[in-house]
Design a protein around this ligand. Sequence first.
Ligand SMILES: NC(=O)c1ccc[n+]([C@@H]2O[C@H](COP(=O)([O-])OP(=O)(O)OC[C@H]3O[C@@H](n4cnc5c(N)ncnc54)[C@H](O)[C@@H]3O)[C@@H](O)[C@H]2O)c1
Length: 277
Amino acid sequence: MSTSSALEGKVAVVTGASSGMGRAISVLLARQGAKIVCCDLFEKPNPKGFEKDLHLTTPQLVEQLGSSAIFQKVDISVIPEIEAAFEKALETYGRIDINVNCAGYWAPFRDLVDEDDELWAKMLSVNAMGTSKCTRLAIKQFLKQDIDEAWGSRGRIVNISSCAGHFSFPGENAYASTKALINHMGRAGATDHAKDSININTIAPGVVATGMARGNIEDKDIVGMMKKATPWPRLGRVDDIAEAALFFCMPGSQWITGQLLSVDGGMTLGVPYPTGS
Ligand SMILES: NC(=O)c1ccc[n+]([C@@H]2O[C@H](COP(=O)([O-])OP(=O)(O)OC[C@H]3O[C@@H](n4cnc5c(N)ncnc54)[C@H](O)[C@@H]3O)[C@@H](O)[C@H]2O)c1
C-alpha cells in the first residue's frame, strides 16, 4: 500500500473511527502521513461491517501504514467523554489539525407519528450535540495554533451528515432532522471561522454498505427501493466517502469551506428514471 506525506505531522481526531466510514477515512488520512486519534464506543469494528479485515482495529491498520494512532473510548453523547478525548489527543500528540466526525445514530424506519421522545433525545444528543461539541472543541484548539501556510489552514473539520438531511426520505424524521442540523452548523460555522482560516465542510452520504446499513442492505424490499432511488448503477462504498473526506483535508482544498458535498450516486438529484418494479 503506498503512502504519501501531504498530511505529515498532522493530527486527526476521528469519531466513529472503529468501523465503516470513520475507519476508511482514518486509513486514508494515515496513508497521507496523519496521526489518528480513533474515537469510538468500541475499539473493535462493528462485526456487522463489510470490511474484509474485521480482525484488525483501526489503530492496527494505521500502524501497518507506518503512521501512529491511539484508540480513545468515547460516547459522543457524553460531553465529558468528548472533552477527555480531545485532552488525550493533545497529551499524546501535542496538537490537533483535523477533526472528522462520523459517529452517528440511526434507528429503523418508522413514521413521524411513531417516533417517541426517547428516540428524538438520542438523535439530538448523539448526532446534533455530539457532533457540535466535537466541532467546537476542535475550533477552540485550532485557534491556539498557527496557520500552516503551505497547508493553508489552522485546521480542517469534516462532518458526516446524510443525504436524508437535505431531501425528504420516508421513515427517518428525527435522524434526518439532526443531520440537517449538522449541514447548517457547518455552513454557519464556516462563515464564523473563515476569518480564522478554519475550514468546515460536510459530506452527505447516500446509501453506503456499512454495519449500520446492513439491515437495510439485506432487506430485499428496502435495498430494492434504495437502488431505485440511486441513479448510479451501484450503492456506495466506504471509500467513496473517505476519498471525499480526504479531499477536504488536503492542501488543494484550502479555499473550500462551508460546503455540503453529496456523495450519493445521484440520489438527491431528483427522481430517477423508473427501471421497472
Ligand atoms: N451507511 C449509510 O448508508 C449512511 C448513510 C448516510 C449517512 N451515514 C452516516 O455515516 C456515519 C458513519 O456511519 P457508518 O455507516 O460508517 O456506520 P458504522 O456502524 O460502520 O460506523 C459507525 C461507528 O460509529 C460508532 N458510534 C456510534 N455511536 C457512537 C457514539 N455515540 N459515540 C462514539 N462512537 C459511536 C460505532 O461504534 C461505529 O464504529 C454516521 O453518522 C451515519 O449516520 C451512513
